[in-house]
Design a protein. Structure first.
Length: 252
């Protein structure tokens, strides 16, 4: 993958401090602290309903914070707004992919470059060529409607669309959800390749084993709080993680 797919940056990418988020009277996240450094893949694992998707949504501005601070490259906006966070260099691959089914693969990709185009950049076709180099299958299907793609191809398109923005931080929400085991392996190979090329990622994933294999650092989220954290290589061998998340169920 070409190094031009992301912005060359250094230092601390993301710092989340004492983040609390609520749905009405129910507190979904309670004083969560998370860090992502340049070039790191940081994963957040945990059971369904732990608050993993809520965490990503609040970081990028889809959900309001109850309390806490989010710092992105030393900027801590008082109000986190999606458009502003995308402009700063954050991209989200949502859990449900949210592609435009009646639009072609190519048009879906071009939408990913919309904010850069609005800022005056005119490199979307060069970036798209790099996306096709990374995902040859998308090039083969560039004229097809997104709705006609397989589940794995739709996930590739969702990731490719996010990369069209040349993000400094890629947020991935359950990229393996609903995919066959063979396709899951392929998706995690892609994540590993992105990591090698220097893309910083915050990966929310229920497939704990796959996530810990590719990540540098991991947080375990349970009932809205960080229950455990540490280097992924250590957590993958931790008896508590093995018992709760790496047993026969795999995903926890």
């Amino acid at each position: 993958m070409s190094a031009k797919l992301w912005s060359a940056v250094s230092g601390e990418v993301l710092k989340v401090r004492d983040l609390s988020v609520s749905y009405g009277k129910v507190e979904a996240l309670h004083h969560v602290n998370i860090d992502v450094a340049t070039g790191q893949v940081v994963t957040v694992i945990g059971p369904n309903g732990a608050g993993k998707t809520t965490l990503l949504a609040s970081i990028i501005g889809l959900l309001p914070r109850l309390a806490g601070e989010i710092t992105f490259f030393n900027e801590a906006p008082a109000e986190i707004v999606v458009e502003h966070m995308v402009t700063l260099g954050m991209s989200l691959v949502p859990e449900k992919r949210e592609l435009f089914g009646e639009m072609s693969v190519e048009d879906n990709l071009l939408l990913g470059a919309f904010m850069r185009h609005r800022l005056g950049y005119r490199d979307e076709y060069e970036t798209m060529a790099q996306i096709y180099e990374t995902f040859p299958r998308l090039k083969e299907r560039q004229r097809q409607k997104a709705a006609t793609l397989s589940g794995g191809e739709r996930q590739m398109l969702a990731v490719g669309r996010a990369l069209m923005a040349k993000p400094k931080l890629l947020l991935l929400d359950e990229p393996s959800l609903g995919l066959a085991p063979l396709i899951v392996r392929e998706i995690f190979h892609i994540i590993a390749d992105l990591k090698k090329s220097g893309v910083s990622m915050l990966l929310v994933e229920q497939n704990a084993h796959a996530a810990l294999q590719v990540a540098d650092y991991a947080y375990v989220l349970e009932t809205g709080e960080v229950a455990m954290e540490g280097p992924a290589a250590e957590l993958v061998n931790d008896p508590r993680i093995i018992e709760s998340y790496l047993g026969l169920g795999g995903g926890g």
